[in-house]
Design a protein around this ligand. Structure first.
Ligand SMILES: *Cc1c(COP(=O)(O)O)cnc(C)c1O
Length: 378
């Protein structure tokens, strides 16, 4: 099956009533038929039919042996990073999600040796790899939008016996399947593209091997971080349209990237050619702030992957809390604007940006002008 068909028909699950949509098993416990043995399901923290249906779909989409759904993307990130013990070396990419940075600081305080490496340079990774337990990265990274060669990194990690873990949230399995390129574990914040509607928080780990899956399932049951049945059900619903949403948002992102690149007030566009998130610089912090504050269709928000577009200034928002000593690379440009493109009409989105570029007053501009008049009057 091709991916579009796969999304609609899903992983094959048996239902006694042939339900068209996955049934929601909103239950904590399952009665057992005997006192001395467990049936297929016994307690929802451990396993639940709705969540299992979701996990079968996630595993199929990411081409893994199996998947585990977690209460958030961060719960999935944390479960993966806890596979490295104190005293062991953990290599990480140098442009990571802010929440992941926060968890890494915690792991460091527990004695894990965290080392940063530029994963866009396989040669640098090759030198750093020997003896490392895990290499953890995002590609394209956010917000710098830098691309790493996963196939090359996969070969290097196999040679040195290092686990390769890829946070694939930015592109979703619709566009990239890191396991096919050599990753051992893939992480998804399902809060983003997979859900697609900004109405739930969820995460997943997809594993290449049965051994990794089993160890992670044991840990998830022990720590109680599994996704609730209702959120599993809601996520299954959102995932049906992943393909059409990604194609539409990506087409609009490409159009906006082209128009921005041709605009005289834009100094640099950061767009890897795939996905729905892009960045651009204006060389003028005030103009970048005006764009963020005065566009009407883009809400000021740090997330992505929803139906509505959003805009942010990463330097002042999502990455403001990342200490400079952790930023191995040059600090983020203060004028970098990030767009997360949704499902609106692309020309409407462009008109909204162009209006602010042209210095025409926006909603906020008008309100501020009124405020200034009132203040003067008082
Ligand atoms: C949002 C995000 C996370 C964290 O996911 P939550 O569902 O918010 O906990 C992790 N990695 C990336 C790349 C993200 O964008």
């Amino acid at each position: 099956m091709n991916p579009a068909t796969r999304l609609v028909h899903g992983a094959h699950r048996e239902d006694p009533y042939s339900a068209s949509a996955p049934p929601l098993y909103q239950t904590a416990t399952f009665a057992q038929s005997r006192s001395d043995a467990f049936d297929e399901f016994d307690y929802t923290r451990t396993d639940n039919p709705t969540r299992r249906w979701l996990e079968a779909e996630l595993a199929q989409l990411e081409r893994g042996h199996g998947a585990l759904a977690y209460a958030s993307g961060m719960a999935a990130v944390a479960a993966a990073l806890r596979r490295v013990a104190p005293g062991e070396r953990l290599l990480v990419g140098d442009d990571l999600y802010g929440g992941t940075e926060r968890f890494l600081a915690l792991r460091e305080s527990e004695g894990v040796i965290v080392e940063r490496v530029d994963t866009t340079r396989p040669e640098e990774v090759r030198v750093a790899l020997p003896g490392a337990r895990m290499l953890y990265l995002e590609t394209p990274s956010n917000p710098r939008m830098e691309v790493s060669d996963l196939a090359a990194l996969g070969r290097l990690c196999r040679r040195s016996g290092t686990k390769l873990v890829v946070d694939n949230t930015m592109l979703s399995p619709w566009i990239q399947q890191p396991i096919e390129l050599g990753a051992d574990l893939v992480i998804q914040s399902c809060t983003k593209h997979l859900s697609g509607h900004s109405d739930l928080v969820a995460g997943a780990i997809i594993a290449r091997s049965p051994e990794d899956l089993e160890a992670l399932a044991f840990e998830r049951n022990a720590s109680g971080t599994a996704l609730a049945p209702f959120d599993s059900w809601l996520l299954l619903r959102g995932m049906k349209t992943l393909g059409v949403r990604m194609e539409r948002a990506q087409a609009t992102a490409r159009t906006l990237a082209e128009k921005l690149a041709a605009h005289p007030k834009v100094t640099r566009v950061r767009y890897p050619g795939v996905g729905s998130v892009l960045g651009f610089e204006t060389g003028d912090r005030k103009l970048s702030e005006a764009l963020v504050e005065q566009t009407k269709l883009f809400s000021i928000a740090v997330s992505f992957g929803g139906v509505a577009s959003s805009i942010s200034l990463p330097c002042a928002m999502s990455h403001a809390s990342v200490p400079t000593e952790r930023q191995r690379k040059a600090p983020l440009p203060p004028d970098l604007v990030r767009l997360a493109v949704g499902l609106e009409d692309g020309l409407d989105l462009w008109a909204d940006l162009a209006r602010v570029f042209d210095g025409l007053p926006g909603r906020l501009g008008v309100e501020r002008a009124h405020e200034a008049v009132r203040l003067h009057g008082e």
